[in-house]
Design a protein around this ligand. Sequence first.
Ligand code: ARG
Length: 471
Amino acid sequence: MQYFSGRFKEKASNLILDFHSTIKFEERLAYYDVMGSIAHVRGLGKQGIIPLEDSKLIEKTLREILEDLENGKIKLLVEYEDIHMNIEKNLIDRIGDIGKKIHTGRSRNDQTAVDLKLYLKDEIKKIQSYLIEIIEILNKLAKENKKTFMPGFTHLQKAQPICFSHYVLGYVEMFRRDHQRLENCFDMMNASPLGSAALAGTSYPIDMEYTSKILGFSRPVWNSLDGVSDRDHVIEIISDISIIMVHLSRFCEEIILYCSNDFGYLELSDSFSTGSSIMPQKKNPDAAELIRGKSGRVFGDLMGILTTMKGIPLAYNKDMQEDKENVFDALDTVKACFAVFNGMIKTMKPNKEKMLKACYNGFINATDVADYLTNKGMSFRDAYKIVGSMVSYCIDNNKTLESLSLDEYKNFNNLFEKDIYSEIDIENCIEKRTSIGGPSEKSIDKHIEVVDKFIDEKILELKNYKLNEIF
Ligand code: ARG
């Protein structure tokens, strides 16, 4: 920083340079920093704050710097502290005094705020594309598995029969909400801080509406103090990612469980499994475990930024540069998890036989026996009690509800007739549940249609997305 300063008589200690510097992890912002700088100098030129030719030369040189950065021709240096100063230093080295005009009417405080928002907006679209991909994979599984029957659980105890489509569509809804949450986050951060300068705006006749528009924001921020010190969007995106990680982690937990010998409902492809160094028989769902584990570090990133922000007075304070490693880590983690998770789900096979077999122990059609009596006029509570004693009888005599004779049924209640057997048939139990969001084919088909429409809409939105027209 002292390279630009006349204030200091002594050189900064290497310790302090190194401690302050964000350049080690900030290279990914170069593209957005150049974008923000181009908008700023175009604005300066348009308003006659600097000559138009100077603004054009600065833009041309910034584009060359970006190209050189991308080709590894520029070494980013700790002594220039951050991405903003490294690029500015390069600019001045290349075009001298004209380059020195770029920082007219702006500060690194609005610069870093604008860079990060531009970057996060693009990142949101990347995560959304992973979400659309997983929703597509799950919706395909749902289409193929309407007749793959399995037990549904509460308290991890077999509860009522469902189908595999119903199961995966539960996750589809979580991921659809995640998509919407990120969209909300995008809209909330969509105000340009460029022009807030250090904290109090600027006396130069800048045109914030113009720079906001060409950067692709929907409007400039309404308060310059807030413009430079707001990091709500960082907190919000890591919160959204944390919720995604909760969903991935829950799914992974079930994959691990369902891949175990005792369940065997699912089988992962060999290419997404690992072996053991000692036990030759092992096929471990390590990837699912690692995703479940990585949720912890993302929650840590969220706690980090929340704690950093909670005591910061207005406006910019140096603490705030701690936002970057947290948010970069959360973004990198969720993207890496999705890449693996989506591949794992795409190649995973449901074991229809094992799932069906599991439907025949655990009395998962007991509710249907009670419903049978209720439909014949008995109150549900009385029916519930009778079926409870039937289950107890079955446990004592090692029987299932399907294997009781009609006489045994009648011993419990005379309302039972021969049709009880078809009433408690697993498929029938599922197909009767036609309520919205239920497991019947009718309900599933309706849901799949909604999801198909959602996917088409979101793919189109993503195809038409462009951050702005600067590049
Ligand atoms: N690298 C800094 C950050 O990430 C940029 C802003 C620095 N501003 C300042 N006044 N020191 O937050």
